[in-house]
Design a protein around this ligand. Structure first.
Ligand SMILES: C[S@@+](CC[C@H](N)C(=O)[O-])C[C@H]1O[C@@H](n2cnc3c(N)ncnc32)[C@H](O)[C@@H]1O
Length: 284
């Protein structure tokens, strides 16, 4: 991360600004290379494992709509919800391009800590991926968002959340931004609280330890089904992962199997840049 030149703004405005400037880069993020695809393909793997065969899904913080489109293609009905109007404009275009408009019932701008537009027990599944929850740096709002994601899910339905992992960020400071280790408001704040307040090339963010999101969900009426590291053992090894994919297709198949076998190991979860937690809203 490198220091931005910005005037003071609320965390929410900084998040909106960041994603409006990201534009189509965010749309391409998950398919840029084999390493990035691990996040998308691993998430899709667990979606296929736990989603009901059909139904209405809320894609909360769905951004430019990769998952909305992926799931709409599988026949699910979707509501796409995001903070950034720019992300939603891109999503609209891509949804049309993919010709899945008939399955995308609504596209709505808002913050995931206020889903009051939706009644309790509305959706057959709720997904919130790629760090939308991490971008709520205020703990009270973050906790409210978790309540909201659960509230709008039908009883017995799966709730999938992926967040940005704190340990991977700490390691990336060592590998890519060593000078920042001296900057208290960046490195020590992330190390000690998980909070990054913005100003150094990324939007404000709370980086999670697995036990933190797990404990937060366990306080509520949900059962934890599974956790997975989305980059898993490849985390931090972009070049090697991409080389394997490009040059050694047979080895890649074995690596992908290895990834699926190991990504639920607590170490792989904790070390991943993004990790997924799958839970189910309790019926009573
Ligand atoms: C890294 S993108 C992930 C997009 C998509 N879920 C994915 O995984 O491809 C993070 C998204 O979260 C959205 N976001 C951030 N804070 C949010 C909030 N409080 N409510 C709703 N969306 C939010 C951003 O606008 C952005 O589109």
């Amino acid at each position: 991360m490198t220091k931005d030149k910005v005037t003071p703004m609320s965390p929410e405005k900084l998040v909106k600004k960041y994603y409006s400037e990201m534009g189509t880069k965010e749309w391409r993020r998950l398919v840029r290379d084999a390493y990035q695809r691990l996040e998308f393909d691993t998430t899709m793997h667990f979606l296929k494992k736990y989603l009901p065969k059909k139904g209405l899904i809320l894609d909360a913080g769905g951004g430019p709509g990769r998952y909305t489109i992926g799931l709409a293609k599988l026949g699910y009905k979707l509501v796409l919800f995001d903070l950034s109007s720019e992300m939603l404009k891109i999503a609209e275009k891509q949804i049309k391009k993919a010709n899945v408009q008939q399955n995308v019932k609504q596209i709505i701008q808002g913050s995931i800590d206020d889903l009051s537009l939706f009644k309790d027990n509305t959706f057959n599944a709720v997904i919130c991926f790629g760090g939308a929850l991490s971008h709520l740096i205020d703990e009270t709002r973050r906790e409210k968002a978790i309540d909201e994601l659960i509230r709008v899910a039908k009883k017995g339905s799966p709730i999938f959340v992926s967040v940005i992992g704190k340990l991977a960020v700490v390691i990336s400071e060592l590998v890519s931004f060593p000078k920042e280790i001296e900057i208290k408001e960046v490195f020590q704040s992330i190390r000690d609280t998980g909070d990054y307040h913005g100003g150094y090339g990324f939007a404000p963010c709370h980086f999670f330890l697995p036990e933190e999101i797990k404990a937060s969900l366990q306080k509520r009426k949900v059962a934890i089904l599974e956790m997975a590291g989305l980059e898993g053992l490849s985390c931090g090894h972009r070049k090697e992962t991409n080389t394997l994919f490009k040059k050694y297709p047979n080895a890649w198949k074995i690596w992908w199997e290895t990834h699926l076998e190991t990504c639920t190991h607590p170490c792989a979860v904790a070390m991943s840049a993004h990790f997924l937690i799958v839970s189910e809203k309790q019926s009573s």
